[in-house]
Ligand binder design. Structure first.
Ligand code: KG4
Ligand code: ZN
Length: 338
């Protein structure tokens, strides 16, 4: 079969990224320009600032990705891009770049859902087996996705309110830690114990998640300690929050494993970089020796374009194409059947 070379572009949040990927598995280049330094000064992502920086960086990032891969546009089979979900202004920059290049070089345009990219990032380290269950945990998503076969996505659990990464970032902020808060809580929690009682949320659907109650409970505990002139041990609060949040994740994963009997379980998204989550999965998956599981390496957990190339390859093979009037879709749905 002929090799497929795709240029992939990602700009859904605060990373401007481009990659060249061969057959969805072999990374020829993967360039990520992060805006974290700028946004951390504001304590979070400022959408207008993010889109402006994307505009400044996108051409350079794409040029570097093509150069590092030693590719000419004439050697490419297509250009894939993140169509959504994400910040509208940020997405728009990547979509316009992809459309312009596809038009100029007469290449097919392949739209990719950001979360499918996070899931297919696992393909860089393991052969994906189906049926597969993915736990997607990021700044914007907390989802359990069941895949009966390639490129068939069924969301079987989702958050009723905040995404887990959002909760990590908010709790970090009230503890006075810089943005992004996830890695900060991860580090601080190692120095503490789970000493503060925090509630277990109830969700309408057993596979759904909820993090806003947990976040509010942390804020209320901090207020109570202050009112009572009691000393706060930040490491213990970080650890208590993290244990409560991750126990909630695992309880849903366990239910889903028992309900769906997948052959493969994977984790994906920025929060999959969390060291305690990785440890918990490793420990708990011992109970399921028949299920293969993958914990992706840190470099492919957070946003990058190689993962868009991994998912884009399957979309390409399934003849999924965007027309030249395609636009960014900040609330793009993942479930479709082609
Ligand atoms: O996937 P990602 O890069 O962007 C989105 O698609 O949202 O995820 C970013 C999120 C942020 O909320 C960040 O705090 C969180 O992932 N994160 C972590 C860790 N590293 C990144 N959360 C917990 N522990 C970590 N080590
Ligand atoms: Zn992401």
């Amino acid at each position: 079969m002929k090799d497929v070379y795709l240029l992939a572009i990602e700009s859904s949040c605060d990373e401007t990224a481009a990659a060249v990927v061969k057959n969805g598995k072999e990374i020829l280049s993967n360039v990520v320009s992060s805006q974290i330094d700028v946004h951390s000064q504001f304590g979070g992502v400022i959408p207008e600032v993010a889109s402006r920086i994307h505009v400044e960086n996108i051409s350079l990032v794409i040029k570097e990705a093509m150069m590092k891969a030693h590719m000419e546009y004439s050697e490419l089979d297509g250009i894939c891009f993140t169509q959504g979900p994400g910040l509208i202004g940020s997405l728009h920059v990547g979509v316009q770049a992809a459309k312009t290049l596809a038009f100029a070089h007469h290449l097919p345009l392949i739209p990719v859902h950001h979360i499918t990219g996070h899931i297919y990032a696992n393909q860089f380290v393991d052969e994906i087996r189906f049926p597969m269950l993915a736990l997607v945990v990021s700044g914007g998503h907390t989802e359990l996705v069941y895949m009966k076969e390639d490129y068939q996505f069924e969301v079987v659990g989702t958050t009723q309110d905040d995404a887990i990464g959002e909760a990590y970032d908010k709790v970090a902020r009230v503890l006075g830690l810089p943005y992004p808060g996830g890695p900060q809580i991860d580090r601080l929690a190692k120095e503490g114990i789970s000493a503060y009682p925090l509630p277990k949320p109830k969700t309408d659907h057993p596979l759904d998640f909820s993090f806003s109650g947990l976040k509010s409970a942390v804020i209320q505990s901090l207020d109570r300690l202050k009112r009572n002139h009691e000393e706060l041990v930040p490491a213990n609060m970080a650890c208590s929050f993290q244990e409560a949040a991750l126990q909630q994740l695992w309880s849903r994963v366990q239910l889903a494993l028992e309900q769906y009997h997948p052959a493969h379980f994977v984790i994906a998204g920025g929060v999959a970089a969390n060291s305690r989550l990785r440890e918990l999965i490793q420990e708990n998956m011992k109970q399921y020796p028949d299920i293969t599981y993958t914990i992706p390496p840190l470099w492919c957990c957070t946003d990058n374009a190689a993962m868009i190339g991994a998912s884009g390859y399957h979309a390409y093979m399934k003849q999924i194409r965007a027309t030249e009037d395609v636009g960014a879709d900040p609330s793009l749905e993942m479930e479709f059947d082609k």
